[in-house]
Write a protein that binds this ligand. Sequence first.
Ligand code: NAD
Length: 487
Amino acid sequence: MAVEGVEKELSELRGTFQSGKTRGIAWRKAQLQAILKLISENEDSIFEALKQDLGKHRVEAYRDEVGVLTKSATHALHNLEKWIAPKKGKLPLLYFPAKAEVMPEPLGVVLIFSSWNFPISLALDPLIGAISAGNTAVIKPSELSPKCSSLLADMVPRYLDSKAIKVIEGGRDIAGQLLQQNWDKIFFTGSQQVGKIVMSAAAKHLTPVTLELGGKSPAIVDRIHAADLKVAVKRIASAKWGACNGQACIGVDYVLVEKEYASVLVESLKKCIHQFYGDNIKNLDNIAAIVNKHHFDRVRNLLKDPRVTASIIYGGSIDEENLIIEPTILLNPPLDSDIMTEEIFGPLLPIITVNKVEESIEFIRARPKPLALYAFTKNEALKKRISLETSSGSLVFNDTMVQFVCDALPFGGVGPSGLGRYHGKYSFDAFSHEKAVLHRTFRLELEPRHPPWNDFKLDFVRLAYRFDYFGLILLLTGLRRLFRSCN
Ligand code: NAD
């Protein structure tokens, strides 16, 4: 699409927003219902596109995309009226007589960038927030999941209001053109590198951004009972290989474990991989594919360093023709190697040993703040230390990835793993401005707030700020003194 095309689409969206149509609750509800209809009537096409782009099994496709969206849109529909309603703002007596409210208002025309690993849900889930809040929107899907991108471009205008919601497909060129425009909000899901490009483009127009980024999300495994370890290992393996084959932002990037317990963990992991996938890594029915040759090469290159190759203790075989890398476990690859400094985003799992599990805290603190942190432990003192001494987008004890499907919890990163949050009410907030509205009357004018200044007025203002609840008394006393001094 040429620049003029982008500008034309944007101008139509701006016109729609300015018409006030998208502010009405009826419009918002109709669009959310249309998203539910789109998902249910196109479930098979969505499964098929996800199979073709990423080799995702229907279970993964439902769990991470169709199911997530159905839940999210239903939750928004049930809560919309509550979210939209202005909230009463409590004022100190000093302001009497007055009332105040916090009124959410839509931001305007918003741009949503999505990534390829969950290409349907990461495009439509933010859109649910944008619609709930009453905005018009453009979705720019990732060009690396082309079937899903063209499916979105086909479905969205058939179900949703095409004067208010558009899909613009394309790669970097189109992304660059979109970023030159003046948006009211940019919601970006993707890598840290492109996140920086988005943020600097947004800065030119002082456009607010939400950046849903990635990074290295660790899992700490404490010494636990054998039965608990079995559960922990399943959950780790599912978050590594069972969620887009390691290509998930909140998947487990690496594991921290005590040196003397590492072999127990590794043996359990090996058994679990075998139980999940059998011996034949070419049986791709149960495991998603690596998205393309570029990412296949990127992941393979992480193994090229001879020091890293030497640390492989399980798997490691590669089928270049079919772009398959076997689920692979590495024990203590060097900490300065790419595999331990870059986000892996693939089926490799480094196990890093520490002398005492508590040392994991320092290990994590010495690195960029992760998007997710997982810890498998029953030790309450350790849990407390991890909660207080580490920082991450989310922290989950004794499970993985479940935080993503909790509407009540904010989803987002901190520091380099992201900026802002969404899901549930947080999605509505991400696309709203909370406007402070204060209603005053013309009665009870406080003269000490106006010049000419004198010491009495200074004392009055000082007291007024200090004693909120005695504000009214203060006000009346002040007024009496003021009237006396005027007479
Ligand atoms: P990416 O940054 O390469 O691409 C994301 C989007 O940006 C795509 O729509 C793409 O077309 C666009 N883009 C690419 N290059 C651009 C450029 N130069 N200028 C402007 N736009 C450009 O990310 P990806 O490879 O699609 O996704 C993988 C990354 O996303 C990983 O780091 C992962 O952790 C992260 N991620 C985060 C979340 C989350 O919710 N926090 C979810 C999924 C993925």
